[in-house]
Write a protein that binds this ligand. Structure first.
Ligand code: ADP
Ligand code: MG
Length: 256
C-alpha cells in the first residue's frame, strides 16, 4: 500500500502551443478530463503527437494548462515536486557519478542520505547491478542505464510515478524483464503510476487502465479497465480481446 493515497485530476484541460515559424497553433490537448488514484497503473497509448508527453509534463508541473486545471488532492499542480517523479525515455544519468552515486543523488541533495544507505543498497539489488555500483554510466548497456534511471526516481518514493516511454529504447528481451520489474515495484508500493507507451501489448500487459488518445486535437477516445491479474498472459483469450479492442480504437485494425 502507498503511504499516502492521492487523487490526481485533469479537469477540462487544454494545452496549445504556438508554432515557431507560423502564426498557427498546435492543439496538443483539447478538453481532457481524467481522474486517477493511488493503486492504479495507467497506460497512455496513441499515435505520435497525440499529447501523451504533454499530459505527463502537465502532471509533473513542468508546464501548465492553457485552460482547465490539474489537481492533486484538490490542490492545483503548478510546479514540479518530488511527490511526482518522472522517468524519461532516454536515461538521464550524471556521467561523472558512479551508478551508486547516481542512485543516491537525490537523497544526498535533500540531506537524507545518512541513515538511508541501506535503501541505496536495496535498489542496486532490485535492479541486479550490485556488481556495477562503482561503474560510470558510460560503461553500462542501454538496459542497465535505464534500470538505474528508474530506481533513481523510485528511491524518492514519489506518490505519482510518471514514466514517458521508459522502455522504448530497449531490446525486446530486456524490455519484457523490465516490464515485470516495474510491475513488481509498483505492486509493492501501490502508488499511482502513469506510463506512456506506443506499444499496445505493453499497455495491456502493465496497466490497470488503458487510456487511448487521438491527435489533432489531442483527446481521450477510450478509457478501458483491464480486468486481469498479474502476471498477465499475452496469449490468453482475454488479452487478445483487449488487444483487438484497443487496436480497433486506434483505427489500426484495417477495418476502416
Ligand atoms: P506525444 O508524446 O503523444 O508524441 P506530445 O505531447 O509530445 O505528443 O506533443 C503533442 C503535440 O504538441 C505535437 O504536435 C507537438 O509537436 C506539440 N508540442 C509539444 N510540446 C511542444 C512545445 N514545447 N512547443 C511547441 N509544440 C509542442
Ligand atoms: Mg512523447
Amino acid at each position: 500500500m502507498a503511504e499516502k493515497e492521492v487523487v490526481l485530476k485533469l479537469e477540462k484541460v487544454s494545452k496549445s502551443f504556438a508554432k515557431i515559424e507560423t502564426d498557427e497553433v498546435t492543439h496538443a490537448l483539447n478538453n481532457v478530463d481524467l481522474t486517477m488514484k493511488s493503486g492504479e497503473f495507467i497506460s497512455l497509448v496513441g499515435p505520435s503527437g497525440c499529447g501523451k508527453s504533454t499530459i505527463l509534463r502537465l502532471i509533473a508541473g513542468l508546464i501548465n494548462p492553457t485552460t482547465g486545471k490539474v489537481t492533486m488532492d484538490g490542490k492545483e499542480v503548478l510546479e514540479p515536486s518530488p511527490e511526482r517523479g518522472m522517468v524519461f525515455q532516454k536515461p538521464t544519468l550524471f556521467p561523472w557519478l558512479t551508478v551508486e552515486d547516481n542512485i543516491a543523488f537525490s537523497l544526498k541533495m535533500q540531506g537524507k542520505l545518512k541513515g538511508n544507505e541501506a535503501k541505496v543498497e536495496r535498489m542496486l539489488k532490485v535492479i541486479g547491478l550490485e556488481a556495477f555500483k562503482d561503474d560510470y554510466p558510460g560503461q553500462l548497456s542501454g538496459g542497465m542505464a535505464q534500470r538505474v534511471a528508474l530506481v533513481r526516481s523510485l528511491i524518492n518514493e514519489p506518490d505519482v510515478l510518471l514514466l514517458d516511454e521508459p522502455l522504448g529504447a530497449l531490446d525486446a528481451f530486456t524490455r519484457m524483464n523490465m516490464q515485470d520489474e516495474i510491475i513488481r515495484m509498483w505492486q509493492e508500493k501501490g502508488q499511482l503510476a502513469i506510463m506512456v507507451t506506443h506499444d499496445v501489448d505493453e499497455a495491456i500487459y502493465m496497466g490497470t487502465r488503458v487510456i487511448v488518445l487521438e491527435a489533432n486535437p489531442g483527446r481521450v477516445v477510450a478509457d478501458i479497465k483491464i480486468d486481469d491479474s498479474y502476471p498477465r498472459d499475452r496469449a490468453s483469450e482475454k488479452f487478445v480481446k483487449y488487444r483487438n479492442d484497443i487496436l480497433n480504437k486506434l483505427h489500426f485494425a484495417g477495418k476502416r
